[in-house]
Each structure stands twice: as C-alpha cells, then as structure tokens.
Design a protein around this ligand. Structure first.
Ligand SMILES: NC(=O)C1=CN([C@@H]2O[C@H](COP(=O)(O)OP(=O)(O)OC[C@H]3O[C@@H](n4cnc5c(N)ncnc54)[C@H](O)[C@@H]3O)[C@@H](O)[C@H]2O)[C@H](O)CC1
Ligand SMILES: [K+]
Length: 491
C-alpha cells in the first residue's frame, strides 16, 4: 500500500533511493517530468498548444524545466518564466536549464506580460515540498496574478505555497489539477486545501512501496490496487452461513429509510442474511421496501450472539430507551459498527463508550466526530484526535468526508482515494454502515471490513454518478455496489 511520506523525509528518501538504484538525482527528476507529461496527455482530453511554466529556484522548478523540454519536444509552444539567477538555483535546475531546447522562450518574471487565454496551460513549478515559509514578495505577486488568470492550471507535486504536511498560512497557487509524485502529500488531503489542489492525480516515478514504507509514519493512501488482496474468496460450495448473518438496528418515526438503505446495502455487499430491528410501527415500511430483509423478533434480540455483526444507529433518533442500548453493548462481545445516532448517544452518555467492544468500527462524519472528541481546529488536529480516540478506546474510526480516513487503534491511518462530490447526498452514510456491517459479518477482520467498505462505497458512488451526476441518490450507490466488485475483478 502506498505510504504517505512527510515532506521533511522526502529528500532522504530520494537520496537513499537513487544510491540504491544506482541512478542520479537528475535521472529521478527526469522520471518525474516524464510521468507528469504522461499524466497530462492521459488526463486532459486536449493538451493546449500554448504552455506557460513557472519555475522557482529548487527542484520543483527543476521539474518545471524538464517538463518544458519534454513538452517542447512534443511540439508544444512553451514559455518558461523564471525567478532567480541560475547560480542561485538547485544543481538539477541548472543542468536542466542547460538542456532547454532553443524553441523554449525564457522570461524573467518581471519581464513577462501575464496575458493568458482560456485555452492556455499554466504549470506551477514555483515551490514543491521544500517550501519553508509563507510566500511573500515577487512570488506572492506572481501567484496572485496566476490565481486571477484564465487558462487550465496544473501544479507540479503540490500547489506552491501549501506546506506538505500542515496547514497553509497565507496564499497558494489555485490549481485545477495537482499531479503529485509517487504518493499524495498529506496536506493535499485536507478539506481546507481543496480549492488549491483541484483534482489530485498520482504520477508514479517508480519508487517501490516497500521502499517508501521505511520513510513513512504509518499513513497510507488506499487505491484500487490494494483491494483485491483484502477480500475473502467464496466458491460455489459456500452457503448462506458463510456470507454472514447481520443485524441492523435503528429507525424511528420518519427515519426508517436509513435502516432500509443500510439493509439493502448489506445485501448488495453480499450478506447471506440481513435482519433488521426497527420500532413496531415502522416494520411494515421496511418489509415493503426490502422484502429480502428479515424483521428481527424478541428472541433473536435476546440471543444476540447468533449474529456475526451488528450495525447500530442509522435513523435511530435520540429518544430511544438508553438502557436498551446499554444492554446491547453489554451483551454483544464481537466488534460492531456504530453510526449516526448510535454515535450521538455515545457522546451524550459517555459512560457507554467504555462498553463498546474492542475492535468495533465507528463511522462518524465531521460533526458527529466533534461531538465525540470536542472542538476541532483544523484537519491535522482532527487526524491527531482520531488517533488518540482510536487508541484510547481500541476502536477503528472511519472519519467520513473527501478522502475518508480510517484510523486504527495502533495509530495507522488510511486515506481513501475513491469517491466524488456527488456522494454528498442524504443516506450515503447509511449505505456505508450497511456495507461495513456486511463485510464484518462475512468474517473480514475489522480493518479489512472498513477498508473494503469505504473503497467500494466510493467506487460505487463514482460509477453511479457517471450518468446521474448531481442527481445521484443513495439508492443509486447501492445499485452500483455489484459493479464496483466487478470493476475490481472480485467474484
Ligand atoms: N521523490 C520525489 O518526490 C521527487 C521530487 N522532486 C521535486 O522536488 C521538489 C522538492 O524540491 P526542493 O528543492 O527540496 O524544494 P522546492 O523546489 O520546493 O523549493 C526549495 C527552494 O525554495 C526556497 N524557498 C522555500 N520556501 C520559500 C519561500 N516561501 N519563498 C522563497 N523561497 C522559498 C528554498 O530556500 C529553496 O531554494 C518536489 O516537490 C518535487 O517537485 C524531484 O524532481 C525528484 C523526485
Ligand atoms: K508546485
């Protein structure tokens, strides 16, 4: 799995890697530049003919120079805008400057006119992960102009101004796309930086995962390549029991739809038997909405251990009999999934959190999370609080949002790459609850259940929204779950 390396370790990673590979730092920069160009032609339907590249004094600027050469050789009209005298720039910057073809027009930043068209391509190679202070002076002036400019904007590695692992102070380049090298830098995953990063694409520069791992700090980026090995395999001799028996508990007047969505999602994720416990008056709605779901009776609720997994909380409301919740937590000893009001009730009755079985999976959105842990200042703070909470209570924490994070009791943190903005729709979280519960009930270890559910949920959302865009609803995500399995080749 792709490790996320903190910015201050990237130069030791580079130097150790190039030594081991027997290549030069220039070779690695060349790989980076050509990976960037390949992504450019892959991701943009039409690569503009007029390209403007802004190169700062470090290796991010050096990448810009190499990209200028490669794009010029591919017939683009490239203008290069520089800030410093060559002798004040990094070694590989200087080498690449010497290699520029004569067709590339070079401007000093203060000689350049800043007149762009809609179809121009602007590439930001001003600063990368080596930024060490807020952007001021000429750099600020240029970035402000670029942020106002027309054209398609792409950041090399990270938008200039964003520090690799912490919160932006001051200004930064606002990119439509960020092509980041080998792994996403942590700060690209912060919601505070969404308007700067644009669409994030990872450009593979050939450093193997096991090598990255040595420099990482237990943070990983979850991609489709990781998924297959996390799945259990079933065959034609498998019977209903193998696919697990799960129980979803929730629903209240007007909110039984949440349990309906979670139950259907559990069925589509492969659960053999899905039971639901909803208030007496809501049973009929559930049964009509999903005939495949079995309504749980009192005996089943008494003997909870017959269930392989429980999903608690969707649409539950805050008015439930808290002693029932308490007895549920006392009587069920396997990991369970807690969402929505199940979490809000834990915040309102903190003594209950001590009863949550070890290894349970809690799936809060940002507001629910704050109710559990107190006020959060920014995403980095949130990620730290997630680690503290998971460790203290021995639970897995799935923090929902763009790049949903999954935090383990041992501190490992995984960031999901699938999903899109169209999934921010009512009931989407209930679908996820049903999916996690389903995987848990099928016998997946809690971490794998969380990782598989989160990734498939995102991919199903992407597939559902292909034709429905902003009209995508939670039910569409459920219907696309099988297509997500199919896409990853999982039987
Ligand atoms: N393995 C990889 O990921 C590779 C990354 N590459 C690229 O290299 C950059 C990082 O390069 P580095 O030289 O370390 O830093 P920068 O280019 O970001 O800039 C450092 C440069 O800028 C000065 N500086 C820093 N902050 C400021 C500021 N606010 N104002 C003015 N000047 C500032 C600093 O003093 C230095 O002179 C990485 O992002 C990738 O793009 C390689 O290509 C190889 C593979
Ligand atoms: K940059």
């Amino acid at each position: 799995m792709l490790s996320i390396i903190p910015g201050n370790k990237i130069s030791s990673l580079d130097s150790t890697y190039i030594k081991e590979e027997g290549i030069s730092s220039w070779d690695l920069m060349e790989r980076a530049a050509s990976a960037f160009c390949n992504l450019l032609f892959e991701k943009l339907l039409m690569v503009p003919d007029d390209v403007f590249i802004f190169s700062g004094p470090g290796n991010n600027g050096g990448d810009g120079l190499a990209i200028a050469r490669l794009l010029s050789l591919r017939g683009k009209k490239v203008s290069l805008i520089v800030f410093e005298q060559n002798q004040n720039c990094s070694k590989d910057y200087q080498i690449n400057f010497e290699k520029l073809p004569s067709q590339v027009q070079v401007f000093r930043w203060d000689e350049f006119g800043f007149a762009f068209n809609d179809h121009d391509l602007i590439i930001d190679g001003i600063f990368g992960v080596g930024i060490n202070r807020p952007v001021e002076g000429k750099y600020r002036e240029v970035i402000e102009k670029l942020n106002e400019a027309k054209g398609i904007k792409i950041a090399i590695d990270i938008p200039s101004g964003i520090p690799s692992d912490s919160l932006l102070i001051g200004i930064a380049f606002k990119a439509d796309y960020t092509f980041t090298f080998q792994f996403p830098k942590l700060a690209l995953l912060f919601p505070e930086h969404a308007e700067y990063s644009g669409v994030i694409e990872v450009a593979d520069i050939g450093i193997p995962d096991h090598f990255l791992e040595q420099f990482g700090e237990n943070r990983y980026f979850l991609t489709g390549d990781d998924l297959k090995s996390l799945h259990l395999t079933f065959n034609r001799f498998s019977h209903k029991g193998d696919y697990g028996k799960v129980l979803l508990i929730g629903g209240s007047k007007g909110k039984v739809g949440a349990v309906l969505l979670a139950s259907k999602a559990a069925l589509r994720t492969g659960s053999g038997l899905v039971f639901a416990l909803v208030p007496e008056d809501e049973r009929l709605i559930l049964q009509i909405g999903a005939p495949e779901v079995i309504l749980a009776n009192q005996d089943e609720i008494k003997g909870l251990q017959i269930f392989d997994a429980l999903g608690v909380g969707p649409g539950w409301g805050q008015e439930i009999d808290i002693s029932f919740y308490e007895s549920l937590l006392k009587r069920y000893h396997k990991p369970l999934v807690i969402d929505a009001d199940g979490l809000n009730l834990l915040s309102a009755h903190p003594r209950l959190i001590e009863l949550v079985p070890n290894g349970s999976i809690l799936t809060p959105h940002i507001k629910e999370f704050e109710r559990m842990t107190g006020k959060v200042d920014h995403h980095l703070d949130r990620l730290q609080k997630a680690r503290d909470f998971s460790e203290k209570h021995n639970v897995y924490l799935v923090l929902k949002g763009q790049f949903t994070s999954i935090t383990c009791p041992d501190g490992r943190q995984f960031f999901n790459s699938s999903g899109n903005q169209y999934m921010a729709t009512a009931g989407s979280g209930d679908v996820l609850t049903g999916m996690v519960t389903s995987f848990l009930g099928q016998g997946y270890p809690p971490l794998n259940a969380a990782l598989c559910a989160v990734y498939h949920h995102g991919l199903a959302g992407e597939l559902a929204s292909e034709t429905r865009l902003r009209g995508t609803i939670a039910g569409d995500i459920i219907e696309s779950i099988p297509a997500s399995f199919l896409k990853l080749g999982i039987a």
